[in-house]
Write a protein that binds this ligand. Structure first.
Ligand code: IVH
Length: 679
């Protein structure tokens, strides 16, 4: 590396570059480690762009730990093999409280009467990773492999923004210049789903679950591709040759201080009863986390005691994994049907012998696509394995060969759209069949359902069955018809099981949806390849529908994170006469076709809210939206940084904590006033 002094660049440029790097590192840290971002993606992208420009002008000032250098190097064909000086052990598993208590008895006996504590952690359902930092800089990232030797995936891991390229070394952490960190790479459920949806829309293979997607991504040969995937990282183990670490608890605090992400959901337990309580809690509450966990990991806290306990075979005796009951079940697949989505994708769905799985009865599950069925050779009549994870649609993940009946029938993918009878086409290189008929009733229904859905226009009361009905009686042919339903009040009221009140509610909800921000409307339009994130980026960049519809293909491609396929799809959408008419109808209906004032100028900007208990007039999501549209932020847990706690009926422990920390409490009434005053 050349020293900055030898550069022809002036001092100002060098200072600006250093400042930009500091800022970007800090924002990455705030976003991924503290989960408390202070700027929008748009502003972040602007900082990054400025840094990229400056470095392009002064290539001699580029350093390997600059945030611009996350994607670098050429694709590798084979990963180098790396021996782990300290083997990466695995954990022994338990599945019951009794087994947990047996583990505790063994620990107690081996420690011969000494006092001990446990740390209860989340067992992340991801891929284990080993990181080596030398003098604070990331020099190696390796997979676990067989525990002794793994793959050198440094180039891929450098693209993960949650993994710092450089540690925060100052004060007590200065001593940690050469360390090893272990943790888990994973994907958040929502980001995983969004990625899968985008893959599906562009005809790429979709992943069965976030763990498979993570494992598949880390094995990619091109770091540029890895950078596009929503990988995250949590650390849970610190090794230092130089500094003696007293306990796991202390290690976790140190990891956090070094700038590495550590989940806040760790608990120091003084007895096995507290451990059991924690595992019970997470077994029921796991879906509240944004990512998948498959159990808890219980570790003896003291490092000295860990050494006394040692390990047998390949597992330590000081730790154990408590695994939650599987959310897989096996059942007979009675039939395979196909379903047509809003953009015409035809997907195979398994019709199952109903089976009870993690809280609900399942009778349908996705079978992904034709290739999946062919590759796995799943047949009608097979006993299949269904998996449910989080709020993801249940999916078939395999079948039991031994149980195949002689009557099992291979499935032939239909070559006609089951909804309109038009030919189903499968484009070269794509995994899905499409119905290309824009007027296909299944597509019309799908588009309107998507438009009204919670994450799009959020029209309460306009779920699948209502849309289905209104489409079938001809009241809805396009999403713009939604805003003309008030002209059909009598017809609506005359519908079976509908009355004045429910029609009134629906029309009010439709009215309220007109206030949804521009970005939500863009997402709601269901433009191919435009997911929530892309819609947000477009809204921030173009600020209005007018500018967006006029954008040239080049202008669209110039927007960061918008690739050629997405740009092309947006461009084509706005050139289509039908869509232009649709937009003018939406404009006449009074929808927001412009981005509203930027956050900074908003009244609740910088204010953090926590909501606890049930509100009488609003759902949580609505309250969150009200706060966010006034520039405020909603977080899950109360801390000193919380400004207000909104308290509804039957508040939880957050209310007690707010009182303890003397944080302003808002009743529902006061909350509504505050929102009204900030408009
Ligand atoms: S500690 C010697 N902590 O579980 C202890 N592991 O079977 C080594 N895992 O390969 C691991 N969450 O991928 C530890 N909080 C956690 C974990 C965790 C997930 C995974 C890890 C490891 C496997 C052990």
């Amino acid at each position: 590396m050349k020293s900055a002094a030898s550069s022809g660049a002036g001092k100002d440029v060098r200072l600006e570059i250093e400042k930009l790097r500091e800022q970007i590192r800090e924002h990455d840290y705030r976003y991924y480690v503290l989960a408390d971002p202070s700027i929008s993606d748009f502003e972040y992208d602007r900082l990054m762009k400025r840094l990229i420009d400056l470095e392009a002008q002064h290539p001699d000032l580029v350093t390997p730990d600059s945030p611009t250098q996350r994607v670098g190097g050429k694709p590798t064909k084979i990963f180098k093999q790396i021996r782990h000086p300290v083997p990466m052990l695995s954990l022994s598993n338990t599945y019951s409280e009794d087994e947990l208590r047996d583990f505790d008895k063994r620990v107690r006996n081996l420690l011969g009467g000494e006092k001990y504590e446990y740390v209860s952690e989340l067992k992340f359902d991801g891929v284990a990773l080993r990181l080596v930092y030398e003098k604070g800089a990331l020099v190696l990232a390796a997979t676990r492999g067989d525990g002794e030797t793994g793959d050198d995936i440094t180039a891929n891991v450098r693209t993960i923004r949650a993994v710092p390229l450089r540690l925060k070394l100052s004060g007590e952490t200065s001593a940690f210049s050469n360390i090893e960190v272990r943790g888990e790479v994973l994907m958040n459920r929502v980001e995983f789903q969004e990625m899968n949806r985008e893959r599906e829309e562009s005809g790429e293979k979709i992943f069965a679950n976030p763990r498979n997607a993570t494992a598949g991504t880390l094995k990619l040969q091109d770091p540029g591709e890895v950078a596009k995937r929503p990988l995250r990282f949590f650390s849970y183990y610190l090794l230092s040759g130089e500094v003696a670490l007293k306990s796991q608890w202390e290690s976790l605090q140190l990891l956090r201080k070094l700038g590495l992400p550590v989940t806040e959901h760790v608990k120091l337990c003084r007895s096995i009863d507290q451990v059991v309580e924690a595992t019970r809690y997470w077994e029921t509450e796991r879906d509240k986390l944004p990512f998948e966990i498959d159990g808890n990991v219980i570790k003896v806290n003291s490092t000295g005691q860990q050494e006394i306990l040692g390990s047998v075979a390949r597992s330590p005796r000081w730790a154990i994994a408590y695994k939650f009951a599987a959310r897989q079940a096996s059942t007979v697949m009675r039939d395979i049907t196909v379903q047509v989505g809003r953009i015409g994708t035809i997907t195979p769905v398994a019709d199952l012998e109903p089976v009870f799985l993690a809280g609900s009865t399942i009778s349908r599950a996705t079978l992904h696509n034709e290739d999946y069925i062919k590759e796995k050779d799943v047949r009608i009549g097979d006993t299949v394995i269904v998996e449910k994870s989080g709020d993801v649609i249940p999916a078939i993940v395999g079948f039991i060969k031994e149980k195949r009946p002689s009557t099992a029938k291979p499935f032939r993918f239909p070559h006609k759209c089951p909804a309109c009878g038009e030919p189903a086409v499968r484009l070269e290189g794509e995994a899905a069949y499409y119905c290309e008929n824009y007027e296909c009733p299944a597509q019309v229904r799908g588009r309107i359902e998507h438009f009204a859905s919670r994450r799009a226009m959020d029209i309460e009361g306009m779920g699948e069955s209502v849309v289905d009905r209104l489409v079938s009686i001809g009241l809805l042919k396009s999403v713009a018809d939604v805003y003309e339903l008030h002209n059909h009040r009598d017809e609506l009221e005359a519908l079976e099981r509908w009355g004045k009140k429910s029609v009134e509610n629906l029309l009010n909800a439709i009215d309220r949806s007109k206030l949804r921000p521009f970005s939500k409307l863009l997402f709601a339009l269901g433009i191919r390849h435009v997911g929530e994130r892309t819609a947000q980026i477009l809204a921030e960049h173009f600020q209005s529908m007018d500018k967006l519809t006029k954008a040239s293909l080049e202008e669209l491609q110039f927007v960061s994170d918008i690739g050629p396929t997405i740009a092309e799809s947006i461009y084509r959408f706005f050139r289509d006469q039908k869509n232009r008419e649709l937009l003018s109808r939406l404009r006449r209906a009074g929808l927001r076709l412009e981005e509203s004032v930027r956050r900074k100028e908003e009244k609740l900007s910088g204010q953090t809210f926590v909501i606890t208990g049930t509100l009488s007039a609003y759902t949580r999501d609505q309250a969150r939206e009200m706060i966010e549209s006034a520039g405020g932020k909603v977080t899950e847990s109360v801390s000193k940084k919380t400004n207000y706690v909104v308290v509804g009926e039957n508040p939880g422990s957050k209310y007690d904590k707010a009182q303890k920390l003397k944080i302003a409490i808002l009743t529902e009434e006061k909350f509504v006033k505050l929102i009204e005053n900030s408009r």
